[in-house]
Design a protein. Structure first.
Length: 379
């Protein structure tokens, strides 16, 4: 009699979940069960943006002259940030033809972002101009590069002054540093990703007695996880309805994250000390993988992809270093989900154990480890 128990245990918040299947087998051969464990997945948390140092502060820029028929003017632009996106622009306009660069108090100054592609506002004489200084306070996006110019325009009909444009002032306005406000934080539940089976060490999956194959070249036995095709898991429940004896996966992760299920089998042993006392994990396989959807559930058979991992045929010796079946150094992908939907789905399949003719009779024990993790298979 070969025995393969898959113990049951409720999964934890999404992360890597490991289900260990162990058993005792008779040789014929078999496998004992172990436990399903789960690793927690951290909840994503939104944090407020912190200010970072920006280049320059109140640094006047040089002026670029625009031709006209009256006195030449010069416009110098400075920028002072208040944090949190609040910015004050100061344009100083002077008469270049007058002795001492007299201030120009008539007219208006328009401020533009990214050359002249985005107007920010206009400061006019009599309202925002004092001694040739025109100011405008605006709110810009934090942590975004800006390039600002100021353009002076004389009063309509006036021939006293020419227009002028400042040199561009480039900067990045930081976020709020020491300003009043409400810092808002929200948690998005990460949801759950769990795997479970009804098998335990005292109630294992009985693979049956390993028998000679038709060519009398090795021993073999197989058994389905759930022999009743009408059984289905319970939606959103882990552990599932005990009438379903396959593997149940419950996915309630936010953002429809993908997941991957892998399996790995250890060598089976009857406790002896010879090579005949071992059955390689490569001789353990799982095939005929199928989805057992829950009626009305959003996670369907079309959302998952199965990869059968047949046992080595013919079986290999206990010292083989290959990776056939579920053996080898690395786990084998058996199910993937592309992250199409959340929900519950069952997985059925057939466990097979093969053994060379040289294997001694006895009760063999081994382990199959199922690992359920968020993400796609690594290359």
């Amino acid at each position: 009699m070969a025995v393969l128990p898959l113990p049951r245990r409720l999964g934890c918040p999404a992360g890597a979940l490991v289900a260990v299947l162990g058993a005792a087998v008779t040789l014929a051969a078999g496998m004992p069960a172990s436990a399903l464990a789960a690793q927690p997945r951290l909840v994503s948390r939104a944090a407020p943006v912190h200010a970072h140092r920006r280049p320059g502060s109140l640094a006047p820029a040089g002026a670029e002259q625009i031709a006209g028929s009256a006195d030449a003017t010069a416009t110098a632009l400075a920028e002072a940030g208040g944090g949190g996106g609040a910015v004050t622009f100061t344009a100083t306009v002077t008469d270049q033809a007058a002795a001492g660069d007299l201030p120009v108090t008539a007219g208006s100054v328009s401020f533009y972002s990214n050359g002249a592609s985005r107007p920010l506002g206009t400061a006019t004489s009599g309202r925002r101009s004092s001694a040739g200084v025109y100011t405008l306070r605006v709110r810009l996006g934090s942590d975004r590069p800006e390039s600002i110019v100021a353009v002076y325009t004389p009063p309509a009909g006036s021939r006293r002054y020419r227009s002028s444009r400042s040199a561009a002032v480039s900067f990045t306005e930081p976020g709020c540093i020491n300003c009043a406000g409400v810092q808002t934080v929200a948690d998005l539940p990460a949801g759950m990703l769990s795997i479970s089976t009804p098998y335990t060490a005292t109630d294992p999956l009985n693979v049956g007695t390993l028998e000679l194959n038709s060519a009398a070249t090795f021993y073999s036995a197989s058994a389905p996880l759930d022999p009743d095709a009408s059984d289905v898991p319970t939606a959103g429940t882990s552990p599932p309805d005990p009438t379903f004896t396959g593997i149940t996966i419950v996915d309630t992760q936010s953002s429809n994250l993908p997941w991957t299920l892998t399996a790995w089998a250890s060598p089976l042993s009857d406790g002896g000390t010879t090579a005949q006392s071992l059955i390689s994990g490569e001789n353990v396989g799982i095939t005929g993988l199928t989805a057992v959807p829950v009626p009305g559930n959003s996670l369907t058979a079309a959302d998952v992809t199965f990869v059968d991992q047949p046992a080595a045929d013919p079986p290999v010796g206990p010292t083989d270093t290959g990776s056939l079946g579920l053996g080898g150094q690395n786990a084998h992908v058996i199910v993937t989900d592309a992250g199409q939907a959340e929900g519950t789905i069952g997985i059925n399949g057939t466990i097979t154990i093969n053994a060379p003719l040289s294997t001694e009779p006895g009760a063999f024990g081994g382990t199959i480890v199922l690992t359920l993790s968020t993400g796609t298979p690594s290359s």
